[in-house]
Design a protein around this ligand. Sequence first.
Ligand code: ADP
Ligand code: MG
Length: 361
Amino acid sequence: MDSADAYHNIVSFLTDGILLVSDEATITLGNQAIEEMFMVSKDSFLNKPLSKLIPDHPQILEKLRDTFDTGTTFRDVECMGFRKPDKTHFPINICISPILDKSARVESAILLVKDMSLLKDLQETSQQIDRISHLGTLALGMAHEIKNPLLAISGSAQLLRKELGDEDQVKYMDIVISETQRINRMLERMLDFTRPKSPSFQTTNIHKILEDIITLEKDPLSQKEGSFSQIYDPSIPTIQADEDQLRQVFLNLIQNAIQALPDGGEIRLVTRISSDYAIRDEKSQAPLLTIVVEIIDTGPGIPEKHLNELFTPFFTTKKKGSGLGLAISLKIVEDHGGKMKIHSKEGEGTTVQVFLPMRQS
Ligand SMILES: Nc1ncnc2c1ncn2[C@@H]1O[C@H](COP(=O)(O)OP(=O)(O)O)[C@@H](O)[C@H]1O
Ligand SMILES: [Mg+2]
């Protein structure tokens, strides 16, 4: 093999993407990894501007300019790549280096492109788990400490109520009693959340769970003149899952959507099968097909500053919220080997996605 062949082989079999770019930011060469990463064939990007693959990143063009003008190398440049076929953006990490000709002039720039989606997902998930396990331990200890004195307060209040003659005093005492009961219920839910409960898998039909919840929640929704719509993928098979736990997840998410909805809004439930999501089988590490359930509402959306807090236990913006719905849901979904994502823009509604691996036996 001569050295040109050897280089050719190295470049085509590298799992990182390689792009050669001219001083006009035109792509003159790309390897197979680039085709796979961006899900396009070579002829759709060769001799085309780099912005076909990496749009809206003027800083990349600036850095390229620097590389051509001064021979500078840039490492770990983070930006978003664009997959045209499914119109998605995904995180990439780029290293830009100059290639010199015989007279030491910069002839072209070489871009080493790494797909960071999997790494980003792993980082997000592990941060979510950290937050939950830390707060979980704290919550368990606190719940135990609070429960006993609370029971004493509520018991005494009930005795005292019987002694009261004045109607107003009885009313106030009723508030003491009902509020202590509310705290007690919250503590119970906290304890539930932290008690380790591993899912007991059985054959489960996701669509049936969703339909049951719709039956249950139709009334509260129609009181707001809202409506459900369903777009189910009928090819979704039954899966091995803990039906009760998943029911709790989807009930939480659908109730959140109903609560967020203004009068006359719509909640759309979409199910589909996805193969491009990086969920792997624990044993074989083979990628698993994934069931995606989306709960899409036309509510007010979530302010950007809250997006990072949603899964944190006790985060709530509601007067009577527990802030545990999403935290518990995430825990359950992760116990099933899945993931959750929330996309939302203020004023544009919210999409909650639940990814569940399609384990069938
Ligand atoms: N569909 C949604 N639309 C707008 N905000 C939402 C939605 N789902 C969740 N949220 C926000 O996330 C917070 C936490 O939700 P959750 O964990 O279920 O607790 P809770 O419902 O008790 O407040 C909510 O208080 C709300 O601010
Ligand atoms: Mg909730």
